[in-house]
Design a protein around this ligand. Sequence first.
Ligand SMILES: Cc1ncc(COP(=O)(O)O)c(C=O)c1O
Length: 403
Amino acid sequence: LGSAKDDGGAGLFCGLADPVPDQLLSLINDFRQDVRDQKIDVGVGVYRDDAGRAPVMLAVKAAESWLMETQATKAYLGPAGDEEYLDALQHVVFGERFARRDSVVGVQTPGGTGALRLAADLVAAVGRSRSVWVGEPAWPNYKNILHGAGLRVRTFPHYSLAEQRLVEDRAMSELSRASPGDVVLIQGGCHNPTGAVCSPEYWRRLSAVLSSKGLLPLMDFAYQGLGRGLETDREGVEILLEECGEALVAYSCDKNFGLYRERTGALFAVAPRQELARRARSSLCALAGGLWSMPPDHGAAVVRTILSSEKLTRIWRTELDTMARRLASIRKSLARALPVLAQVGAQEGLFSVLSLSENAVLDMRKSHGVYMPLSGRVNVSGLNPSNLEQFTAALRPHLPGYT
Ligand SMILES: Cc1ncc(COP(=O)(O)O)c(C=O)c1O
């Protein structure tokens, strides 16, 4: 919310200021109102196919049909949500080695956002530390979520946009200033907004800093499977868990199952022993009670249906692999057309940030119908073989070394 202004009225709403407008929402609006045929949307954070559509996945459609026919009740599930969904998802998220541990527990949440908020509320409730370290540049909503739980956001450099590379040494030295018990929020791959890829060595180094300083990893795992495949994409989570005794993992199924509006997520707590995991789960259920009481059912029921059928799992994985391959291929095409963007070709997931001035972003919008936020973040899935040339023509004059 914007800062309150007092206009003299007595009512609650008189104390409200107009919130700072959401840049992405106004971008969507401007894009809709643009009457040009040849406009390009690389702003909105949803996966689009070659034809520019965000279709419902076939595995999801099949699961929904089955649910329509067989669902016998809409009665509440309880604050932890759908237990079968959580069990099945735990295997996808952690792989067999960690999923079998009885010191891992999960709670279903409304999307990855709900999982992050629940994690933040747990940290605040324990009260050992109120500081959460966030690598920059970051997903802008982290601040709203963490501040909403009364936590303090500390930042550390994660990626240099100017140099288009991870700033590993600076990240590690800044994190070594954190106090024991502080939380470090880390994205588990397909980084939003940078698309940066962390090597296993990077994860090992980070894990060593976290465990030696007694810092708690809060993993934000929102894009599993959209990078280098389901298994490879969880590499960072596995390395961190090997090293750190405790972790929270906030997971979203909204991107990799294309369920966005169904708000499908989970928060997993990884504890050093079963008794502590049990306590974590009871506390998470109690906190969820005060946030949303019970999570929404439909998205989780769809995921549970897919993951409990070998056939639907195969269809889903094929669709997800196709999405990841398309993202990699469009990145390669972009880097081939504009070699100065070689890094974008090597990055992964939906997003990359182009080093552009705000004027350049606005010029691309006005003169070429290319819509991206002022930060220069592009959703590469908005590009396809039929609009790539228009996009590169709009971008070229704004890149260093091109005239
Ligand atoms: C990095 C990151 N984390 C978490 C989320 C939240 O996902 P959900 O839509 O499931 O709440 C998003 C959504 O855009 C995201 O980009």
